[in-house]
Design a protein around this ligand. Structure first.
Ligand code: PAF
Length: 222
């Protein structure tokens, strides 16, 4: 079973010990409700590093008031079992007080890829919340690598840019999207979709694949 720790000090003590033994450490930041996509990040983490830490924290700063913070799935016991099967070494699952303290006053404000007009167009609060928590996780953990899925491509660009801008010595490693048989990218929020909505959603991937195929073959993509 992975060691489960809830404080920054405990996580840092483990990372310091591993580093003193000459071991490399990879971080997999998550909000829990783990699926095959997250487990792939863990497996890819082991290709880069000797030890893998998975963080589980549903970050209130990346949810707008009307979004699903309250109903976001919280399945820690099941998540830890899945991680045990992958031989993950440590789970960092802090509460909001450990993460932000009682008087938190700092926000990482991102421009550049955070203003590309994609997800930021619909969720203007989102990337500052992600950049704030991910910069904290990087500084808290002091790992060598951090694994991020290409599924959330704009997020991957944002955290890579943020680490570079803030001189955080951690290599952000992109990991290919894991999909279900019908083409849908694995996502914790897929469980919100009705059968009909899921069918509608798969038509988006079919349309994108068909357009990409036409573009690659030099044909008309319309
Ligand atoms: O992709 C996610 O699950 C979250 O945005 C992350 C990177 C764990 C930050 O809360």
């Amino acid at each position: 079973m992975p060691i489960v720790v809830r404080t920054v000090a405990d996580m840092r003590a483990h990372v310091a010990k591993w580093h003193s033994e000459g071991l490399k450490v990879a971080l997999v930041p998550t909000m829990g409700a783990l699926h095959e996509g997250h487990l792939t990040l863990v497996r890819e983490g082991f290709k880069c590093a000797d030890k893998v830490i998975v963080t589980i924290f549903v970050n209130p700063k990346q949810f707008a008031a009307h979004e699903d913070l309250g109903k976001y799935p919280r399945t820690e016991e099941q998540d830890v079992e899945l991680l045990a099967a992958e031989k993950a070494d440590l789970v960092f699952a802090p509460d909001a007080l450990e993460m932000y303290g009682s008087n938190f006053a700092t926000q990482v404000h991102m421009e550049g890829p955070a203003l590309a007009g994609l997800e930021d167009k619909f969720r203007p609060h989102f990337f500052d919340g992600v950049a704030t928590v991910v910069s904290k996780l990087f500084i808290q953990s002091q790992t060598d690598f951090a694994m991020f899925g290409e599924k959330d491509y704009q997020q991957l660009m944002v955290v890579t840019h943020m680490a570079r801008d803030l001189n955080i010595p951690i290599e952000v490693v992109p990991v290919a999207t894991v999909r279900d048989d019908d083409g849908m990218a694995k996502s914790s929020r897929n469980r919100y979709l009705s059968k009909h909505e899921r069918h509608q959603a798969t038509s988006i991937i079919r349309a994108l694949e068909s357009a990409a195929k036409k573009i690659r073959s030099g044909g008309d993509a319309q």
